[in-house]
Design a protein around this ligand. Structure first.
Ligand code: ATP
Length: 375
């Protein structure tokens, strides 16, 4: 029974199809990152799971219960969005307690002054205070309980929003770009905290980001979304090394993967800029060979000639930008600092076992090493 089960969800806004039959499940205890460029439909999908938006078709189940027709409050999900949405007039402790107040106190018990004297109110309020303090403590907010949001830093505000999300132990967490308002250092630190919170809570977490580094470092599985469709859902390692679609290969990885047009000889051997690569395929037509920048090395005996045009020193590595000799195809190599940086024309080899091949429709096709391959 999945924590979150999204089945064939479709959504249109007038002429725009924001989601095309999207299916995705997140198991209890699993952290799934939904990653894709701006406008691909991530937020729309989250809003549908949360119940803020209605799908045109398809269904949503949380912990095995179909919630498609239910209001947000009736779904057992907690949301953390980019804007912290804290109540400015409430203290940190009161902000964190809001979901508990709504659940554990009746409308009468919530009344100011009178509500306190109703039966059961004092005990319920005490348990709420204790649980809110515990959630605050677990996020390092213990000393800030009496402050108001305006007296907190951006990072602290986001932690209050996270504490408010975990305080009532929901079945599912939805997080939409929760780190995008934080500076780079704080973002990296808060990444770890969110994963830690997720582990402790054991709920199903669906986390939206346009930042692939965030998706790859935090998630158990990554779902890559483009133009309203989920193209692949896989472990971070497989999304990077084993993409099944050319669009996934080019979206994931920085610098971008090299995409080189190759020809197929009658016997299936691949030719790159006229040179035989020692690689073969049963596929036909116009094919694209993809090679990660870190899988290329200068080598005087290599099968391919390239032209170095521009070098970037990154400290832990060097990027060499150029093109394949005699073509317009751009090429990037990422070299460890120990490798001599090539200049002008140079020959190169690549890690053939990590090369990827795609057909004219962008689908992955088989690639085999020819006997005595020299690549
Ligand atoms: P971003 O990362 O920029 O937030 P996103 O991947 O979350 O983008 P969505 O906000 O889900 O993308 O939008 C998906 C598509 O649906 C976009 O083309 C957007 O313009 C369109 N869209 C979203 N909400 C509405 C709306 N209320 N009315 C009309 N079009 C909308």
């Amino acid at each position: 029974m999945a924590g979150i089960a999204i089945r064939e969800v479709t959504k249109r806004f007038g002429a725009v199809t924001a989601l095309r039959s999207v299916s995705l499940s997140v198991e209890p205890g699993e952290f799934v990152a939904l990653v894709g460029p701006s406008g691909c439909g991530k937020t729309t999908l989250m809003r549908i799971v949360a119940g803020i938006e209605r799908p045109d078709g398809g269904s949503i189940a949380i912990a095995g219960r179909d919630v498609t027709g239910l209001r947000p409050a009736e779904r057992d999900v907690a949301m953390v969005f980019q804007s912290y949405a804290l109540y400015p007039h409430l203290t940190v402790a009161q902000n964190i307690a809001v979901p508990l107040v709504m659940r554990r106190l009746s409308a009468l018990q919530r009344l100011p002054l009178v509500g306190r004297w109703l039966p059961g109110s004092r005990a319920a309020r005490r348990s709420i205070r204790e649980d809110a303090a515990k959630a605050a403590e677990s996020l390092g907010l213990g000393g800030l309980l009496e402050r108001r949001p305006a007296q907190l830093s951006g990072g602290q505000r986001q932690r209050v929003a996270l504490a408010r999300a975990i305080v009532r132990s929901p079945k599912a967490f939805l997080m939409d770009e929760p780190l995008s308002n934080l500076d780079a250092a704080l973002r990296v630190q808060t990444r770890r905290e969110i994963v830690e919170i997720h582990r402790r809570a054991g709920a199903a977490t669906l986390y939206v980001t346009h930042d692939q580094a965030e998706a790859l470092t935090m998630a158990d599985r990554v779902a890559v979304m483009l133009a309203g469709e989920i193209l692949q859902v896989d472990s971070p390692g497989r999304i990077y090394a084993d993409p099944q679609d050319l669009r996934v290969a080019t979206f994931i990885g920085s610098p971008r993967i090299n995409t080189l047009p190759v020809e197929v000889r009658g016997d299936g051997a691949l030719l790159l800029a006229g040179a035989a690569l020692g690689l073969g395929t049963p596929a036909r037509g116009s094919l694209t060979l993809c090679l990660r920048p870190e899988d290329l090395r200068p080598d005087p005996a290599g099968p391919v000639e390239a032209l170095a045009e521009h070098v970037e020193f990154l400290g832990d590595s060097v990027l060499v930008h150029g093109r394949l000799a005699g073509t317009a195809a751009p090429l990037t190599l990422r070299l460890p600092p120990s490798v001599a940086v090539p200049q002008g024309r140079f020959r190169l080899r690549f890690a053939a076992e990590r090369a990827l091949l795609f057909d004219g429709e962008g689908r992955r096709v088989p690639l085999r090493l020819a006997a005595h391959a020299d690549v």
